[in-house]
Design a protein around this ligand. Structure first.
Ligand code: NAD
Length: 418
């Protein structure tokens, strides 16, 4: 699988793994077995466009390991989707699920398409054809999808419908992050962002930062917007946000209700009158207490890691910090990093709750869901910090080593077949 290494995200995930394997003194024969993805599926997705022409899109699904249960992970629609990137995201999902003690391996899927350039009908046809191509490889006990960048509740509803037609009855447990009306879980849509807000608030307390800490959020989609709203509820001041079109900055604080109304009306942050226009790159460098990358991977790089001006770096996106940037951050102990596999794990934790509710056909109240979510997040944060203190290591190495070790333990006790 060396060909995957040409993708920078996959190389980054492997470099992270190798460093942690060294730290754990992992035997050579265990390394590849733990690191390499179990199954990689690439499909051609022929779709009739509204124009009448047929276009073939490329879609992928990577199931990283099947040792502890079905695989679990999002489906991404983005023009830059590549097999290597999907494999990296699947690997991170494995460590994330293990860290939170969820009975899953990691997976990820993606279609190389710009959803903003497609009509709703085209998106539906892409989703349904992708699902039908993937049917031999997915199932409630095999691989369960969820939303990620560029996909949402509607996408999950189409996947569930396509799969259910194939098997002849409704199968809500084939996806999570679907609408509540067809077996989704209360709180799932907000879970990732609210989980980020909960962990950041805990870190603000730990570092004794002020309650009205200044927060900057890159990405104002599902995760970024709910993280911002959640933190504002805890008393924080949101002084900058951005999306793919650029950012807006106001050191006195942004009016989030007005911003949301603007984004809903116009489709982007551009032109919001409540602050100064700023580029995505510049926004990351503005002074703040909490910096939350909640969009793309590899945005904190060796070029800007020495210049970011925050006390907490909360990684809501997957893989936002490169390995080179991480080395710089390790020389900056004043920055408290909440690593991605912990920071954004609220999403997969509530996805797990949704899957359990679907399998039992027994649904929980929202208070019960967030109560359970915050208990798991709080416990996991404590475990990571304890491990970091015990070995004098950074938070990311601590989180990754706990997750990776749990997967190794599962493989070891199950043994090798045949
Ligand atoms: P989304 O599609 O709802 O929102 C993405 C946001 O990022 C949008 O505001 C978009 O305009 C912005 N964006 C895209 N490209 C950008 C760029 N180059 N620069 C700045 N902004 C850009 O996606 P989401 O579900 O909120 O996911 C965001 C991140 O969180 C991804 O890394 C995803 O893998 C991760 N994540 C999502 C979930 C979830 O439950 N949705 C769970 C865990 C992790």
């Amino acid at each position: 699988m060396k060909h995957l290494l040409t993708n920078p995200a996959y190389k980054m995930a492997c470099d992270q793994f190798d460093a942690v394997a060294d730290f754990l003194n992992m035997p050579e024969d265990v390394r590849d077995r733990t690191k390499l993805p179990k199954r990689l599926v690439t499909v051609a997705i022929p779709v009739r466009l509204d124009s009448g022409k047929v276009k073939v899109f490329e879609g992928h699904r990577v199931q990283h390991h099947l040792t502890l249960g079905p695989t679990k992970g999002g489906l991404r629609f983005h023009p830059g989707v590549e097999l290597g990137e999907v494999a990296a995201l699947a690997m991170w999902m494995s460590w994330k699920c293990a860290l939170a003690d969820l009975p899953y391996g990691g997976a990820k899927g993606g279609v190389a398409v710009d959803p903003r350039k497609c009509s709703i009908g085209e998106l539906e046809r892409i989703t349904r054809r992708y699902t039908s191509e993937m049917i031999p490889f997915i199932g409630p006990q095999t691989d369960v999808m969820a939303p990620d960048m560029g996909t949402n509740e509607q996408t999950m509803a189409w996947i569930m419908d396509t799969y259910s037609h194939q098997v002849g009855h409704a199968v809500p447990s084939i996806v999570t992050g679907k609408p509540v009306s067809i077996g989704g879980s209360l709180g799932r849509k907000e879970a990732t962002g609210r989980g980020v807000a909960f962990l950041v608030n805990r870190a603000i307390d730990l570092l004794k930062l002020p309650n009205d800490s200044r927060v900057i959020v890159q990405g104002f989609g599902n995760v970024g917007s709910y993280a911002a709203i959640g933190l504002a509820k805890y008393g924080a001041r949101i002084i900058g946000v951005s999306d793919v079109s650029g950012g807006v900055h106001n050191p006195k604080g942004l009016d989030l209700d007005a911003l949301q109304e603007h984004v809903t009306r116009t489709g982007s942050i551009t032109g919001f009158p409540g602050g100064d226009k700023i580029s995505n790159e510049e926004l990351l460098l503005q002074p703040c207490d909490v910096l939350i990358p909640a969009a793309m991977d590899r945005v904190i790089t060796e070029k800007n890691a020495g210049k970011i001006n925050c006390r907490i770096l909360a990684e809501a996106a997957n893989g936002p910090t490169t390995v080179e940037a991480d080395a710089i951050l390790r020389q900056r102990p004043e920055i408290f990093v909440i690593p991605d596999i912990l920071c954004n794990s609220g999403g997969v934790i509530v996805s797990y709750f949704e899957w359990v509710q679907d399998l039992q056909s027994f649904f929980w109240a929202e208070t019960e869901i967030f109560d359970k979510l915050y208990r798991i997040l709080g416990r996991t944060l404590d475990t990571v910090l304890k491990e970091a203190r015990k070995h004098n290591i950074d938070n990311r190495t601590a989180a990754l080593s706990i997750g990776i070790q749990k997967v190794v333990n599962g493989k070891t006790i199950r043994g090798l077949f045949p």
